[in-house]
Ligand binder design. Structure first.
Ligand code: MD3
Ligand code: FE
Length: 208
């Protein structure tokens, strides 16, 4: 059986990378995100070079991804308020676990969820996600709101890229060889979503 066959609609984009179109009903997620952001608000993370990322971020779960002049790392504490990050809602855990399972990764238990917020004009340059301890665990990405063009390049930053438009409710699971592929998001075009307005949310579930 091909990985992903548990969800009829799934597509293998490259080795280990599965798109589950419309896997999530994002109407249920909006109030949960609002509640998380009421304790740990969105902020622009500062890169090691002292620039600010155009995407705004926050986290939930026992560990949160933070970026500062010391570099990128996971922290139990939100540096903005000195408190632990808000707990990961059960619905989020369930979605991440089920999407991973539908892509051939059973038993995925994320301890971290990075929340990214994009507006038109925002982008994310090519990077690898390698601040986690265990690359055998996949990363599960949930997109909400307006569309974005996501690209993936393989193990080297240079070279041809494959790209796919991600829409509200789409989930992508990155495991196996694709777990360490360079990837990013092209500059968002002006657009409006009926539920989320002129914004895009991306949740990435990780085993930090
Ligand atoms: C491929 N986020 O937060 S999600 C990120 O849409 C990130 O906000 C983008 O890249 C976003 O790190 C893309 C898709 C994604 C996430 C993690 C990956 C693709 C990945 C890890 C390895 C390979
Ligand atoms: Fe990433």
């Amino acid at each position: 059986m091909k990985s992903g066959d548990l969800f009829g609609n799934s597509q293998a984009l490259c080795p280990g990378m599965t798109l589950l179109p419309g896997f999530v009903d994002t109407r249920l997620m909006r109030p949960l995100i609002e509640s998380i952001l009421s304790s740990s608000p969105l902020r622009h993370m500062e890169t090691r070079r002292g620039h600010f990322m155009s995407v705004k971020t926050s986290n939930c779960g026992s560990l949160g991804w933070v970026s500062d002049r010391r570099g990128y790392h996971y922290s139990e504490i939100d540096p903005l308020n000195g408190n632990p990050w808000p707990a990961m809602p059960e619905l989020f855990q369930k979605i991440a676990e089920q999407a991973a399972k539908a892509s051939g990764f059973s038993g995925f238990r994320p301890d971290s969820c990075l929340i990214n917020h994009y507006v038109p004009g925002t982008q994310m340059g090519a990077h690898q996600d390698k601040d986690e301890k265990d690359f055998s665990a996949p990363i599960v990405s949930v997109s909400m709101g307006i569309d974005a063009r996501f690209f993936v390049q393989g193990l080297e930053r240079r070279g041809a890229s494959t790209s796919v438009e991600l829409s509200d409710g789409d989930v992508v699971v990155f495991g196996g060889p694709s777990r360490l592929f360079y990837h990013g998001v092209r500059k968002l075009k002006p657009s409006c979503h009926e539920l989320f307005g002129a914004s895009r949310w991306n949740l990435t579930f990780r085993k930090a």
